[in-house]
Ligand binder design. Structure first.
Ligand code: ADP
Ligand code: 5GP
Length: 193
């Protein structure tokens, strides 16, 4: 008889850019083998060190719009002008086929949409930075974005900070080691339920 498939769960991490979600997601993936990263599609430029099919599926804006028209996305956002990000349906199917739970690193509006869609099957976490000045310092220190991109990200962050209440829990990332431990503990508890 075929082995019964476990019901796949979803863990959603959202936060303003620079809050530390990528750092926390990497830690969760390393320490919780039942999790698998949902690789998003995007039309933004590939950064040095990023791999197509590992960090993102990199598409042109036209290819992205074609997939929107074909209804291939569970959710998508035009996060910055002409720069799209989205989760492909095929990605969730791939991960659940492997009997894993999905972990997402998505922007705040995307996180709210995914939680609305999947309800109690999903656990949504808002990573809160200590403040806007600290976000600017982190984004500058990361060294991956131009001053114009940093200004765009900060403007968006100010709006996103007001949406924290839509998430199941808020984790303050003032100290990365503490924040990632708290995230791991909460994720293990949710998976084990
Ligand atoms: P995001 O994915 O939310 O954009 P990252 O994980 O890339 O954020 O973090 C942004 C930058 O801030 C990185 O250079 C990271 O090393 C740094 N960082 C993350 N958490 C902290 C923290 N608690 N204190 C100081 N720097 C941090
Ligand atoms: P970055 O350019 O720094 O990789 O990501 C920019 C923003 O887009 C981040 O807030 C990231 O979480 C978000 N993002 C990445 N993938 C997706 C996705 O599939 N959907 C949505 N809505 N946002 C995403």
């Amino acid at each position: 008889m075929k082995k019964a498939q476990k019901e796949g769960k979803l863990i959603i991490l959202s936060a303003p850019s620079g809050s530390g979600k990528t750092s926390i997601v990497r830690y969760l993936l390393k320490n919780e083998p039942q999790l698998e990263f949902s690789i998003s599609a995007t039309s933004r430029q590939q950064r040095r060190g990023e791999k197509n099919g590992t960090d993102y599926y990199f598409l042109t804006a036209d290819e992205f719009r074609q997939k929107i028209a074909n209804n291939e996305f569970i959710e998508w956002e035009e996060v910055y002008k002409d720069i799209y990000y989205g989760t492909l349906r095929s990605e969730l199917e791939r991960i659940w086929r492997e009997n894993k739970h999905v972990i997402f690193d998505v922007d705040v509006m995307g996180g709210i949409k995914l939680k609305d869609k999947f309800g109690s099957r999903a656990f949504s976490i808002f990573i809160q930075p200590p403040g806007i000045d600290e976000l600017k310092r982190r984004l500058t220190g990361r060294g991956t974005d131009s001053p114009e991109e940093i200004s765009m990200r900060i403007a968006k962050a100010e709006r996103e900070m007001t949406k924290a209440g839509h998430f199941d829990i808020i984790i303050l990332n003032d100290d990365l080691e503490r924040a990632r431990e708290e995230a791991l503990e909460k994720c293990k508890a949710f998976i084990g339920k």
